[in-house]
Design a protein around this ligand. Structure first.
Ligand code: ADP
Length: 431
């Protein structure tokens, strides 16, 4: 078929509080330039000069508070303006959070207790494609613009925005999130669950949430600044049954005190009732943006794959991963959970499976591992794996059973920082 001819560079005018919603095709980037006025993409201002390259597949809104003229260069799959946005509601929410941060900082300066000096711990919940990640991004960027350094916590193992899927992670946000590069990756705290859905082993998911919360709690207790700035927590779009139970668990584990519910009255009501006995939690219903693009499960699966590829090859395909070979005897691969747990259906009525779901199982290296991702644990001993975060990931490209050698790619050259590796069900196939 061949690519359609790219349209010529064009100007687009935004009225105050209007946004231009754009979908960038999978095989090209779009260049955007601010010609006059001011505009932002999900809370981060467009620079006053120069072109910004929006990566392929992005779905964005360029929003202006006071009006702007833009120039666009490159193809788009869709491109339309809208004045019907929830941005005023979102920025008002930001203002309330900002006031709470200021109160927490003032309390800390007067020697207030841990409770008074704790800034807002915001958790954003809602079904898939309600705009959770986008709202988190805006709240973080607006806060960072005012000089706060809030902590971003991402519990979404399906479509995480900090690192590859299958992880729960946290990172401080010190400046508005870069439009092109996304969340900064200099010092994320990452726990590797290894699957894109929690139902495979919800107990392990809970254990990792607890570990992450514990580590953040420790960091906050020694850092009044990040304590006052608080957290913004992104969650999974699974809000029924086990998904709902895990949301309640997250609220409790991270001691969230502001719950922002996007686009679902029923969920808002359920959560409100569930936490009503706890006086210090506000459950707030927020309108969802009509601009949020719906993504079906096949598309989400594809995005997961791209996120893994990006980790090794860079967002603009600008990194060259390093290929390396290790002997089987140089590494130990473990899987968390599973093992010999009997299925519930095989047990007498009323009996609980006895196997520990967080049990560590040593895995033999086999050709089944080809194309999967392994995480490199910071643990010193195998039994520390369940309580340790990870240094990074490798992608298995070959397993030679005869010669007992495993070939992998990694983003950096050199030896593995640890010999303890965690297996996963995450795969990526080099095209
Ligand atoms: P969720 O986290 O709830 O699954 P996201 O925040 O990831 O939803 O939004 C889904 C998609 O819609 C993302 O690709 C995001 O960039 C896009 N999006 C969000 N808000 C807008 C908007 N106002 N205009 C255009 N695209 C948007």
């Amino acid at each position: 078929a061949g690519a359609a001819a790219a349209p010529p560079p064009r100007q687009s005018k935004l009225e105050p509080r209007e946004e231009l919603r754009v979908e960038v095709p999978p095989d090209a980037s779009l260049r955007v330039r601010l010609v006059a006025g001011t505009a932002e993409i999900f809370g981060t201002e467009l620079p006053p000069e120069g072109w910004v390259s929006i990566p392929p597949r992005s779905k964005i809104a360029i929003f202006s508070w006071h009006g702007a003229t833009l120039e666009l260069d490159g193809p788009t799959e869709s491109e339309y303006p809208s004045v019907e946005t929830p941005m005023v509601i979102y920025v008002n929410t930001h203002a309330i959070l900002d006031a709470r941060r200021a109160r927490a900082r003032a309390a800390a300066a007067q020697g207030g207790d841990l409770e008074a000096s704790q800034g807002p711990r915001v958790i954003v919940v809602g079904p898939t494609d309600s705009g959770k990640s986008t709202l988190c991004r805006m709240l973080l960027s607006w806060a960072a613009k005012l000089g706060w350094k809030p902590t971003y916590v991402d519990l979404d193992i399906g479509q995480g925005s900090i690192t590859i899927p299958g992880c729960i992670s946290a990172t401080p946000i010190e400046k508005p999130i870069d439009i092109v590069d996304g969340i900064p990756l200099d010092m994320p705290l990452v726990y590797f669950y290894g699957h894109p859905t929690p139902s495979i082993n919800p107990d392990v998911y809970k254990v990792f949430m607890k570990e992450l919360a514990k580590t953040l709690e420790r960091q906050f207790s020694g850092n009044a600044e990040s304590r006052a700035a608080g957290m913004v927590i992104n969650t999974m779009g699974w809000v029924e049954g086990l998904g709902y139970e895990l949301l309640l668990n997250a609220i409790e584990t991270f001691k969230a005190n502001v719950v922002l519910v996007l686009g679902q009255e029923k969920l808002w009501k359920m959560l409100k009732d569930a936490v009503q006995s706890k006086p210090n939690i506000d459950v707030v219903k927020l309108q969802k943006s009509e601009g949020v693009v719906l993504r079906n499960s096949k598309y989400r699966q594809k995005t997961r794959s791209f996120r893994i590829k990006e980790y090794f090859y860079g967002i603009a395909n600008d990194l060259a991963p390093h290929s390396n070979i290790v002997n089987f005897s140089d590494v130990s691969v473990y899987r968390i959970g599973g093992g010999h747990q009997a299925p519930r259906s095989a047990l007498p009525i009323g009996a609980e499976p006895v196997a520990d779901p967080t049990r560590l199982v040593a895995v033999n290296i086999s050709t089944d591992m080809i194309h999967t991702v392994l995480a490199i644990s910071y643990a010193k001993e195998p039994d520390e794996i369940i309580s340790s975060n990870v240094a990074g990931f490798i992608h298995v490209t070959d397993v030679d059973i005869q010669r007992k050698k495993l070939t992998y790619i990694a983003p950096c050259p050199g030896d593995l920082p640890s010999r303890l590796l965690i297996a996963s069900s995450l795969t990526w196939y080099e095209a």
